[in-house]
Write a protein that binds this ligand. Structure first.
Ligand code: PGA
Length: 266
């Protein structure tokens, strides 16, 4: 598991965007797994800029989002459909029909989940998965106690996650209780995973992810079993890692061919 500790959220976003651009340049028909939330917002802004500057072409890219609220239409301002439209899709040349987000209004939720899994398979699987992390160690909306081999399905959010996400909703509105989320097993099948975390609030979850035991009580800890995963985090999110200095040292010692993505954008 690679742990990359950077100065601040901007550096985290720059490195993450660099990885996405690199992925798409290497494989124009890449299948990207996309995340929502506060953390990747700036990465998306950079991707829009790089697209404007002609550095990246998304015309052959396919994308799959991690999750969506149940009961919110895709045009609801707090839906992840709106989030993706407003932060990325409408500013780049990705084709609408290639962008996939679970349908939170589906009448038959199990069928929607099954069909989402099939679409990922049909697209050839996810090449690069971007992840955030919840303060409780959730990835996508796989809350603590989620099966570590779960697939796309209906989940019930914890009170903590609903509180963490309340700021995305208008004051009088309730955060939905249910979501459709890719499973932990679905996420683990991505060929490469980049988990982004910034801020003090994530420090405990990051320490448990990297240095704690693998347990369903911290779903992100399963990433210890992934062969190509990097955690790109800022100093604040790294605060509780006991082997911080070692992770910094490893990063500094990287041979030039491994550092090339970082060097070209930072
Ligand atoms: P955040 O959410 O980026 O808004 O902190 C992350 C998550 O819940 O996965």
């Amino acid at each position: 598991m690679e742990v990359i500790i950077l100065k601040d959220p901007l550096e985290v976003s720059k490195l993450a965007a660099a990885h996405v651009v690199h992925q798409v340049q290497q494989k124009p028909m890449s299948c990207l797994g996309l995340a929502t939330g506060s953390t990747p917002k700036n990465m998306y802004e950079l991707l829009c800029q790089y697209y404007e500057q002609g550095k990246v072409d998304f015309s052959r890219v396919t994308s799959f989002n991690l999750d969506e609220y149940v009961g919110l239409a895709s045009h609801h301002p707090a839906s992840y459909g709106s989030y993706m439209e407003e932060n990325l899709f409408r500013f780049i040349n990705i084709r609408k029909e290639n962008c996939h987000i679970p349908n939170g209004m589906a009448e038959d939720v199990p069928k929607e989940c099954q069909s989402y899994e099939e679409k990922i398979q049909k697209a050839g699987g996810i090449d690069l998965q971007i992840l955030g992390i919840g303060t409780d160690g959730h990835i996508a909306f796989n809350e603590p106690s989620s099966s570590l081999s779960s697939r796309t399905r209906l989940k019930t959010l914890t009170e903590q996650t609903r509180n963490d996400n309340r700021h995305f909703f208008a004051e009088e509105e309730e955060v939905p209780v249910h979501v459709i989320t890719m499973g932990v097993g679905t996420i683990m099948e991505a060929r490469k995973i980049l988990l982004l975390a910034t801020g003090e609030k994530k420090a405990d979850a990051i320490a448990k992810t990297v240095e704690g035991p693998v347990t369903a009580m911290v779903p992100s800890s399963i990433l210890q079993f992934h062969s190509k995963v990097a955690l790109v985090i800022d100093e604040a999110a790294a605060r509780l890692l006991t082997r911080k200095d070692y992770y910094r040292w490893v990063y500094m010692q990287k041979p030039p061919w491994q550092k090339q993505i970082a060097d070209s954008f930072l």
